[in-house]
Design a protein. Structure first.
Length: 262
């Protein structure tokens, strides 16, 4: 399998700089510390899968000349992962067809509650280009589904302040969203596949009630032992050079428009 991941945004919900904290601990002279909110594009054997639609999605798509998607997977319903959903209408306009979106039931309920006007009934022909045309697909944790020929396993994550989920892509790549801990079954699944790439969120450096810190991230990395790790979703507490200098050689901090291939 050949594939790549493009980190359209590497920042947590406030972005960097943030309105309240500015650059925080981040060096403003390092352009890798300038972070938009998190959306992540995987391309596997030509299949393009977007994970989450950040509020910065419009400019992320324009900057990277992204005009086509095979599907969008959602990890949870916090605004920094969801509220760019309306920008998908431009993909609809280019392709002249609806887009498939995938989310666990608890996340899809929130999407329907907040953005009902975007969703189409699968049996309906009510598709027009003045609004996004999104076909919702409810998925279940630990139940495989496919986007074209890409196998995807949703994982339930624990300890965040709302239900959150991760994804295993083709038994090789693991994408983890906001979380505090793994269930025993989830960590077992991840360890067993020996991932080529593990994407972990590192929102802050120190311990937090709803997020892992750097020490916890390194503990999980040691346990999982992936070939490569990218730390994503970093707030203004996470200076790029500090994270890079305090992690093993196979662990890399993400930055906006960073591309990794395998």
């Amino acid at each position: 399998m050949s594939g790549s991941v493009l980190f359209l945004g590497a920042g947590a919900s406030p972005g960097v700089p943030s309105l309240s904290c500015g650059w925080g601990a981040c060096n403003p002279n390092n352009p890798k510390n300038l972070r938009r909110r998190t959306s992540t594009l995987y391309e596997i054997n030509g299949v393009k899968i977007l994970i989450d639609t950040s509020p910065d999605l419009r400019i992320q798509l324009i900057d990277n000349h992204i005009t086509y998607l095979d599907g969008i997977c959602y990890t949870h319903a916090h605004s920094d992962h969801l509220y760019g959903i309306d920008e998908l209408r431009e993909i609809n306009r280019i392709t002249c067809k609806p887009l498939d979106i995938f989310a666990p039931e608890v996340v899809m309920k929130e999407i329907k509650r907040r953005f009902e006007y975007l969703l189409l009934d699968k049996k309906s022909d009510d598709f027009y280009l003045s609004k996004p045309g999104l076909l919702p697909h409810v998925i279940k944790p630990n139940h495989v589904f496919y986007i074209k020929d890409v196998k995807i396993m949703p994982l339930k994550l624990l300890g965040h302040n709302m239900p959150s989920f991760g994804y295993i892509l083709n038994d090789e790549v693991v994408h983890i969203a906001d979380f505090k801990t793994f269930s025993n079954s989830a960590i077992k699944q991840i360890v067993e596949i020996k991932p080529k790439l593990l994407v972990l969120p590192l929102t802050i450096i120190e311990h937090h009630r709803y997020h892992i810190g750097l020490r916890e991230a390194l503990d999980y990395i040691k346990k999982i032992n992936p070939k490569m790790v990218v730390l994503n979703h970093m707030a203004s507490e996470c200076d790029y050079d500090f994270v890079n200098e305090n992690t093993p050689k196979n662990v890399y901090p993400a930055y906006d428009n960073m591309k990794v291939e395998w």
